[in-house]
Design a protein around this ligand. Structure first.
Ligand SMILES: C[S@@+](CC[C@H](N)C(=O)[O-])C[C@H]1O[C@@H](n2cnc3c(N)ncnc32)[C@H](O)[C@@H]1O
Length: 410
């Protein structure tokens, strides 16, 4: 399947700095060659893969599941349900036009994240079609304002169910879908859709489906799953919703912060937080990291400001087995990028989506006034980055994430 670029329609989008809602993907000409990533953040991240951070975290995870369950029913825990905070945060987020987005400090990072999701979605659709599925149905779990609708349209799917806890986001997602349908070509058949407002870590989605027999080829859960790791019950319900209606051979794909990377950076910090001018992660303590409910606060340049929870990946994989799911791929964004950028089709999509900042930038811009070394990594690289670059701060922010793909066993 050929991946195509996505163009913002009507300057919509703007919720998830993490890329989801960016939507606005402008088109520009491309040239082949090498991209330069954003320096130390990326390099540091790689060094931590499965290394010190992993050990530190495991040794800190002293509590058993039983202890976690006990804690879950304590009165204190019952009043601190963070789903409400998360929902109201995302409900409050305003739609931002393309012009405002392009002025954002994280414009390229959002495009980069969007590119990464496009590649992931494109490849999983290829696998589904390769296995013989003609009518493709998708569950977008934590769909937000519908930043991925265009990706599904390009992928030629037949049906989508979009679910999110934030009612305002679901409304915006639905009206985005309606606009898409209105503006489509007469002979283009746009997929059918159902929109559900639900806390997917508490409610059973299958009971809300229009078609009670509905099965999915793909569940896509982009930048969402970590919210459910507040408790074992919530993480399990989110997994159940993701997987129970998947067809045998179907895929559960997503993006989420890499807990090893977060803990590694926290342990390396003199304080309880780390970050830079575009993002900040703050923990309440360090040294011990409970399996569930290990909360940190995440803020990202004008877009995200919410409590989130560490997802201890081996536990995620273990829990997924209950739903007959096996892990097919787990890759940090840096690794995924390095692998995919080798392919011409992904590189050209990257150029079209402006997923990297041109370097050197002809008009100067942020690079001309770079006194903080935001582009020193690119300058060191012969002063040129043919594919482009991300600023150091943007790279440090995006390199905390990983991509996962699970497949349902027959
Ligand atoms: C960072 S946004 C990502 C949105 C979208 N997946 C994307 O990539 O554009 C996270 C989304 O997860 C949703 N979310 C968080 N907790 C949820 C829950 N328990 N049930 C359903 N949605 C949830 C939020 O409302 C928000 O829309």
């Amino acid at each position: 399947m050929e991946l195509q670029s996505e163009r913002e329609e009507g300057g919509r989008g703007g919720e998830g700095g993490r890329g989801g809602e960016a939507g606005g993907e402008a088109v520009r000409g491309g040239e082949g060659g090498e991209a330069v990533r954003g320096g130390e953040g990326g390099r540091g991240g790689e060094a931590g893969r499965g290394g010190e951070a992993g050990r530190g975290q495991k040794s800190g995870m002293k509590r058993t599941h039983e202890e976690e369950e006990d804690e879950e029913v304590s009165p204190k825990k019952l009043v601190t349900d963070h789903s409400v905070k998360v929902a109201s945060h995302y409900n409050r987020l305003q739609e931002v036009g393309l012009a405002a987005r392009s002025r954002s400090r994280i414009f390229f990072m959002r495009n980069f994240n969007n590119w990464l999701k496009s590649v992931l979605i494109g490849e999983v659709l290829e696998r589904v079609r390769g296995a013989g599925s003609r009518q493709v149905s998708v569950l977008d779990l934590g769909c937000g304002k519908g930043g991925d609708l265009l990706k599904w349209r390009r992928g030629g799917i037949n049906h989508i169910v979009c679910a999110d806890i934030a009612a305002v986001s679901v409304e915006q997602c639905e009206s985005r879908y309606d606009d898409m349908k209105k503006k489509s070509h007469v002979n283009e058949k746009i997929f059918s859709a159902q929109f559900i407002t639900a806390d997917c870590s508490k409610e059973v989605l299958s009971e809300k489906l229009d078609d009670p027999e509905q099965l999915f080829d793909i569940c896509s859960c982009q930048f969402v799953y970590h919210y459910s790791f507040e408790s074992e019950q919530k993480a399990d319900m989110m997994l159940r919703n993701a997987c129970e209606r998947l067809k045998p051979g179907g895929f559960f794909v997503g993006t989420t912060p890499d807990s090893y990377e977060l803990v590694k950076r926290l342990e390396a910090s003199d304080s309880l937080s780390f970050g830079n001018e575009v993002f900040k992660v703050s923990f309440q303590s360090k040294g011990a990291y409970p399996l569930f409910g290990c909360q940190y606060h995440f803020s990202l340049e004008e877009v995200v400001d919410v409590p989130e929870f560490l997802v201890y990946f081996p536990l995620f994989v273990h829990m997924a087995k209950r739903y007959n799911m096996r892990l097919v791929l787990k890759q940090r964004f840096s690794e995924f990028f390095e692998e995919k950028v080798k392919k011409e089709q992904h590189r050209s999509l990257m150029m079209k989506m402006m997923a990297l900042e041109p370097f050197p930038c002809e008009t100067g811009g942020r690079q001309a006034t770079d006194s903080r070394g935001e582009y020193s990594h690119a300058k060191e690289h012969c002063g040129r980055a043919p594919l482009g670059t991300l600023s150091r701060s943007e790279w440090e922010a995006t390199s905390i994430y990983l991509v996962f793909v699970f497949q349902k066993m027959s």
